[in-house]
Ligand binder design. Structure first.
Ligand code: GLU
Ligand code: MG
Length: 660
């Protein structure tokens, strides 16, 4: 969820007094970083993954699968265990992993102990690595607990018993939620204060309404009978119509922050490459969100969406009514998006990034912009930072108010790491060997390590191809935003056409690079022959299939790009076979011969013998679903509609250590 520092967080009223202080020193810290690393060059293409889990405990007598609120004990145990391990105790190519708290007290996050390198053998160790982390976690849980890589827990926030132990929401003092108890949140000081300060800044409770999936016997109009009439005294909103008819109403940050995802971070050779990579991944974001869609059930109901994105965007929406454009304000300061949302600005200063692409309103702090420009930072990057810095810091720790700006990035991160966009541009931290990085954040976590590894391998190869061929997939940001909305629709991977690049130019570039066998790691000057046509002629709507496998001679497809890149590498036969298994999963999702997890979950619920065709995911259905997911993960339940026929529970694949 962001960087985790320990300390005493200030309440909102206290914190507000320091907001400008944090912004001012945050920028000073960024400028020190910039001066130190702007010319840094030659960093390796290291990368890493972050996998989030929810721990579920099974009550077989009651037939109830509940979220186990044992994060603290589990992390103590796991950290003890990993503390005693050395790399000799782990499988080949796997270093001792790290485990971290996440928002939910039922959540964990794991990362590899050290980054993957740019070699194929390292790339192909990702599944073993993920599997090792899962197995280690599983081994140190109670007998009836299982770690799931599952995006949204279908019964979070129902009136039933969905946590172990059960807590009432009567005293939800951070969120004022009608549905989620205070105890659902990790006790790490950062999390409850993010919830409370988001609500305080917003001036009202979180209000998320997801359209409900209307089934044969869903009551119409659907007025949720589980919303208690007795509202929290401070919050008359639910009564006054915040909870919409025909929608699933969620009133707390926990509904979004309590979701799990798969994130990847790439180190770039230098800042220019990082900016190029950031831009290239921005339009890829919604496409991958649609392809990994895994969250069709919320608060005990099937929704008419397949993804978590809007829920989490709503969960972090700390904008005041004026900023949301609800009340006419003096200075008309509207902020169009939540701080958890899609990217607003491309940032590469390559000629190929045309000003017309940045076509959505992206308010920025003029003073900060000027300060950055005065320091010699180009306008594009200055605007990006000044745009992030329109936000207030959500967490200020009393111990950390005064920092040495030459050696700390604390205040910079306090704004940067609470801007949760689909892609994040990350400057090198002080006192660390880490270089310029880009984090890819939209993907929903998949139920098996095989799938998570497949998407990781695909995105890593795509990012390499982007750099190697100097590709870019620019479409106007407004179209990326449209794609974000479409990507979340039910069955988007099947039935929604996503707008993506149609690149005659891309194809030509790709061919040219292949012929020349050139790998370009630096800015390519604008060739003289390039003529600019209208932006609208550069892209067109394509199906997911076309986006991935190509469209005639016009567009090679993202898989075509990856394969062209693989062709220039020296990959041995066995490794090539393994890579093609991963790419094939991506291809089959895109062409629809395999379902997304969201479709599979929805179908499971709808075909359950006790389902009443009323959109309700009952305790019993949820229990059977979680049992099934565990069986799928362990390979004892075959689901050819979801996973390839030859899927076996992964132990991972070992490339020969001396691979390229
Ligand atoms: N769990 C969040 C999600 O599903 C991500 C939190 C983080 O940034 O680590 O998007
Ligand atoms: Mg996380």
């Amino acid at each position: 969820m962001g960087l985790l520092y320990l300390g005493t967080p200030l309440t909102w009223d206290e914190a507000m007094q320091y907001a400008d202080h944090v912004r001012e020193h945050g920028i000073t810290q960024f400028l020190h970083t910039w001066d130190r690393v702007k010319d840094r060059w030659g960093d390796q293409l290291l990368w890493g993954d972050e996998v989030e889990y929810m721990v579920v405990t099974f009550d077989d007598e009651e037939k109830n699968a509940k979220l186990s609120l044992r994060q603290t004990e589990i992390l103590v145990k796991l950290n003890q265990v990993v503390g005693d391990l050395t790399d000799d105790d782990t499988p080949a190519h796997v270093t001792v992993p790290a485990f971290h708290p996440e928002y939910g007290k039922y959540m964990l996050e794991s990362t590899p102990g050290s980054p993957y390198t740019s070699s194929i053998s390292s790339l192909l160790s990702v599944e073993t690595n993920m599997h090792y982390r899962r197995t280690l976690t599983r081994k140190h849980l109670k007998a009836n607990e299982i770690p799931f890589t599952f995006t949204s827990f279908p019964r979070l926030g129902t009136r039933g018993v969905f946590t172990e132990p059960h807590h009432s929401s009567d005293d939800a003092k951070s969120s004022y939620s009608l549905f989620l108890a205070e105890e659902i949140t990790s006790p790490h000081p950062r999390f409850p204060i993010v919830v409370a300060n988001t609500r305080s800044r917003r001036g009202s409770k979180i209000a998320i309404n997801l359209p409900i999936f209307i089934d044969k016997r869903t009551p119409r109009p659907f007025v949720d009978p589980t919303i208690p009439l007795q509202c929290y005294p401070e919050d008359p909103e639910a009564k006054n119509g915040v909870a919409l008819i025909d929608h699933i109403y969620m009133d707390a940050s926990g509904f979004g922050f309590g979701c799990c995802c798969l994130q990847l971070t790439f180190q770039s050779c230098n800042v220019g490459d990082a900016r190029r990579m950031y831009d290239a991944l921005v339009p890829v974001g919604p496409i991958m969100l649609a392809l990994t869609a895994a969250s069709p059930a919320w608060r005990g109901y099937l929704a008419d969406v397949d993804c978590r994105w809007n829920v989490i965007a709503g969960s972090a929406d700390d904008r005041t009514p004026e900023e949301r454009g609800l009340n006419p304000s003096k200075d008309d300061y509207i902020i169009p998006k939540s701080r958890y949302d899609s990217v607003d600005l491309y940032i590469s200063n390559d000629w190929i990034n045309k000003p017309e692409y940045n076509d959505v309103p992206a308010p920025y702090d003029k003073g900060i912009f000027q300060r950055l420009c005065n320091h010699g930072i180009d306008e594009m990057l200055a605007k990006h930072i000044a745009h992030l810095f329109i936000r207030d810091p959500l967490v200020i720790l009393s111990e950390a108010i005064n920092q040495d700006d030459t050696t700390s990035n604390h205040h910079f991160e306090s704004i940067q790491s609470t801007n949760w966009q689909t892609v994040r541009f990350k400057p090198p931290p002080p006192n660390s060997p880490i270089g310029w990085r880009v984090e890819f954040r939209p993907m929903e976590v998949q139920m098996t390590d095989f799938e998570n590894a497949a998407f990781a391998v695909f995105i890593v190869l795509l990012s390499r191809a982007i750099l190697a061929f100097n590709l870019n997939f620019y479409i106007p940001i407004s179209k990326v935003d449209q794609n974000m909305a479409r990507a979340q629709r039910r069955d988007a991977a099947r039935s929604v056409h996503l707008r993506a690049v149609d690149h005659v130019r891309l194809r030509k570039l790709l061919q040219r690079r292949r012929n020349y066998f050139a790998i370009v790691f630096s800015t390519v000057p604008r060739p003289l022959y390039v003529k600019d046509g209208p932006i609208e002629d550069e892209y067109e709507e394509m199906t997911m299939e076309e986006i991935f496998v190509g469209k005639g001679s016009k567009f090679p497809g993202l898989l075509g790009v990856v394969k062209a890149y693989l062709d220039i590498l020296d990959v041995d036969e066995e490794d090539r076979l393994q890579i093609s298994k991963y790419l094939d999963l991506v291809r089959r999702r895109a062409i629809g011969s395999l379902q997304t997890p969201a479709t599979w979950i929805r179908n499971f619920v709808r075909s359950h013998p006790s389902y009443n065709h009323d959109s309700v995911v009952s305790q019993e259905i949820n229990y059977d679903l979680m049992v099934a997911v565990d069986e799928i993960e362990r390979g004892v339940r075959r689901v050819p509609e979801l996973l390839p026929e030859d899927y076996t529970p992964t132990k991972g694949y070992h490339s020969k250590p001396n691979g390229p």
